[in-house]
Structures are given as C-alpha cells and as structure tokens.
Design a binder for this molecule. Structure first.
Ligand code: HEM
Length: 414
C-alpha cells in the first residue's frame, strides 16, 4: 500500500545474528516478530560469506522474477550453524534432475511435460473424489474427540490425492511419507549429521521405490501421470534420472506443503474464532480466505536462488555464484505490502502473497492445493464447530512450517 524507499543492501552483524537465531530455533511459536526485526534492521542483509538475505516483499518478488538469478545445486549449502557441513547425496542429488533445481531450457522442458495435469481445469475434475475422501476423513475425526487432525486429515488427504494422480498404489502411499519427512529434514539449514544420514538413506529408498514403480508402469501402463511420464521418457523427452527425480518431486511436493496449509490454516482459525464464524456466514469469502491462510502462516518459509550473471539487487552488486535467500515468511508479513500484516483477515485484498514463490518456479501445484483447501474448509465450516483439544506439537523445522500434532474436537453443527 505505501511507497517504500529503495532497499540498500549492507552487512550487519547484529541482523545476521538475528537470522541465525531464527534458523537455529526451528518450530518457533512466532518467527514473524524476528522477521520484523530483521526486516527493520537490515531488509537486504549481506552475510559474512556474501549471501544476500531479502525480507521485503518487493525485493523478494524482484529477485524471484529476475532472469539473471536462477537455481543451482549448491543452493542448500548455507554454511551456517555449528553443524554446517557438506551434504553429498541428499535431496539435492536426488532432485538435481527435476525442474525444481533446473534453469531454462531444461526447466522449460521438464515443467512442460507435466504442467497440463495441474491446470485449473484438470484439477477441477478431481473435486468429487476429493470431496468424498475429505468427508470420510472428517467424519472419522469427529467420531474421535481430541483426535489428531494432522494424522486424520492433514496428512492422508493430500497424500491420497497426489497418489491417485500419479498412480502410486494404495498400499504404499502412507508407508513412504516418513521417508519424505526424513529427506526434507536433511535439508534444514541447520540439520545435524544424524539427520543428514537418515535423510540420505530415506532418499535412496525412495529412489529405489520409484525406479521399481516406473518399471512397473512401463510393463503395465495405466491411466495415470507416472505411466504418461514413462511414455515421454520413451519419446526421449526426458532421461531415466530426470524421470525418477520428477516422480519423487511430485510425490513429495504434493503433500508436504498442503498438509501444512491445512494444519496451519486450521490452527489460525482456532485462534481467531471471529474469523471462523465470518467464513461460516460468508462462504463467498472462501477464495480470499485460502490466500490469506497461505499468506498468514506459509508452509514454505524461504527459498534460495543463485546469481547466474552479474546483477544488482537491492543495491548489492552480485557476482555469479552468490546465493540469494528469499524469506517468504518475512515478505508475507511486510507492512509495505500488507496492511496490519499480523492480523488474520479472511477478506483481505491487498494483493498476492509469495507462499507459492513467483517467477519461473511458481508452484506447479497451486490449483491442486487450493482445491483441497477449499473442499476441506467448506465441509468443515458447514458441518462442524472445531475446538482445540490439547497442546499442538510444532514440527521442528525452519524451512517447512507446520505441526506434527494438532489435537481437535469436531462437534457436528445442528
Ligand atoms: C514449487 C509452495 C503445493 C508441486 C513450489 C515453490 C513453493 C511452493 C514456494 C517454489 C520453490 C522454489 O522456488 O524454490 C507450495 C505450497 C503448497 C504447494 C505452500 C501448498 C500449500 C504443491 C502441490 C504440488 C506442488 C500440491 C503438486 C505436485 C510443486 C512443484 C514445484 C513447486 C513441482 C516446482 C516448480 C518449478 O520448479 O518450476 N511450491 N507448494 N506444490 N511446487 Fe508447490
């Protein structure tokens, strides 16, 4: 809303300390106050090793859209904390050949192969199936007062939706989710050695699983996305490693994030009963409500980019290879973009957020996740009065913000 002065990047040891404190306190109840202090003190912070850390909305958006700034596979080696180390063989290796770590022209080719399945029109066709699943899960949870929302709905709903789309068999889907958790935990900027080792082992098992599954799709093609991926491999559109990385990326991205949107969203509504009532009375607010929940407590708190060719960002002259961190959680609470950013306002119309990033890597699953959130929230407010039922347990992660446990009681409305 306001015209902010241009940002001037600079070093600032105090602000750098603040950043590391945030990263070393994963699962923090309220990181937004820390982000605010960081943004006020040094909105474009240059760290000791030359990484540029952006906390303003406009600066993050500019960097994410800039053609001189892209991805590389050293993006995760932040080199901070006591446990800073090389992480050979982790997610970066496994996902190196997926669109997430690619630049054009590879990015364009890899994304185009699967993007048509994620358009609004294709995703809309899933509504009836998503509704049936959500309804059954909510009924089961309502029958168990004080049950864990994460376990009963937030995790199994998106796992089943993405697995149906990809063609991951029923028997395997939930069994592999802890391995994806372990893989992602190894990506934390401050992961310790054991976490990294477990992440690597889990990653190998996931790769073995998807290698076998893709072989099975080749032998017995079905009407699912992995079968189509195998067919494009046979047309030389992508190689073996790219095919496996793509399958693993879609499976992992398809639930890790949506799970936390559902959990963080419900938690925010439980803490703002007035907003929950407002949504019940005004179902037409559903589209802005979902965007607001994405903004208010974003499931993905930051991403990293690498400078590809010399460029000036927020007053910093950057050479190729420099890292740029875009702090989504901070940008989504920037008062220069959002009026009263710490207030949950389900009718908010300040403009788009960065929960899905922006530019070339804008979330491919945005329509799918919006559909799942819309179906869930509509059924929830129409049929139930949800109430907290015990202390939630936060997931000990800085990158992925969410809950491990969220006990609730769903009382059926008359
Ligand atoms: C990319 C967030 C759901 C698939 C991204 C990125 C973000 C994000 C921030 C950009 C990452 C970066 O630039 O480093 C979210 C959130 C979700 C969600 C907050 C739910 C609340 C999904 C779902 C899928 C999905 C359901 C389904 C498969 C992807 C893929 C990419 C991506 C494939 C990589 C796109 C590219 O590199 O071009 N997502 N996501 N996401 N997301 Fe999502």
């Amino acid at each position: 809303p306001h015209d902010a002065a241009p940002t001037m990047a600079r070093t600032d040891p105090d602000a750098e300390q603040l950043l590391y404190e945030l990263m070393l306190d994963p699962g923090n109840e309220n990181p937004y106050d820390g982000y605010r202090r960081l943004r006020e003190q040094a909105p474009a912070l240059v760290t000791g090793d030359g990484t540029l850390v952006l906390t303003r909305f406009e600066d993050c958006d500019t960097a994410l859209r800039h053609r001189s700034i892209g991805k590389s596979d050293d993006v995760l080696d932040l080199g901070i904390g006591d446990e800073a180390m090389d992480r050979p063989g982790t997610m970066v290796d496994l996902l190196r050949d997926s669109m997430l770590f690619a630049n054009p022209p590879d990015h364009t080719r890899l994304r185009r192969l699967v993007s048509s399945a994620f358009t609004g029109r294709h995703v809309e066709a899933l509504r009836a199936a998503v509704t049936a699943r959500t309804q059954a899960m909510l009924e089961a949870l309502a029958a168990e007062p004080g049950g864990d929302f994460m376990d009963a709905v937030a995790l199994p709903l998106p796992v089943n939706v993405i697995s149906d789309l990809l063609g991951v068999p029923e028997a395997d889907r939930l069994a592999f989710t802890p391995k994806v958790h372990a893989l992602i935990a190894a990506l934390e900027p401050t992961a310790d050695r054991d976490t990294v080792a477990l992440g690597e082992r889990s990653g190998r098992e996931l790769v073995d699983y998807f290698t076998a599954l893709l072989a099975d799709k080749r032998a017995r093609p079905a009407d699912d996305m992995l079968s189509r991926l195998v067919a494009s491999h046979e047309d030389d559109a992508l190689d073996e490693q790219e095919m496996i990385s793509t399958a693993l990326l879609l499976f992992a991205a398809g639930f890790e994030t949506t799970t936390n949107l559902l959990g963080n969203g419900l938690h925010a509504l439980l803490n703002s009963p007035d907003e929950l009532r407002r949504l019940r009375d005004r179902p037409d607010l559903m589209p802005t409500a979902i965007e607001e929940l994405l903004r208010y407590d974003s499931p993905v708190q930051f991403s990293a980019r690498t400078v590809l060719e010399p460029v000036t960002v927020a007053g910093a002259d950057l050479e190729p290879g420099r890292l740029v961190l875009t702090m989504f959680g901070a940008a989504n609470h920037d008062p220069d973009r959002f009026t009263e950013p710490h207030r949950l306002d389900l009718g908010r119309d300040d403009g788009s957020h960065l929960a899905f990033a922006s530019g070339l890597h804008f979330c491919l699953g945005a329509h799918l996740t919006r559909l799942e959130a819309q179906v869930f929230l509509t059924l929830l407010v129409r049929r139930y009065d949800p109430a907290p039922a015990g202390d939630p347990v936060r997931r000990p992660s800085f990158t992925v913000r969410g809950f491990d446990r969220l006990p609730v009681t769903l009382s059926p409305l008359p």
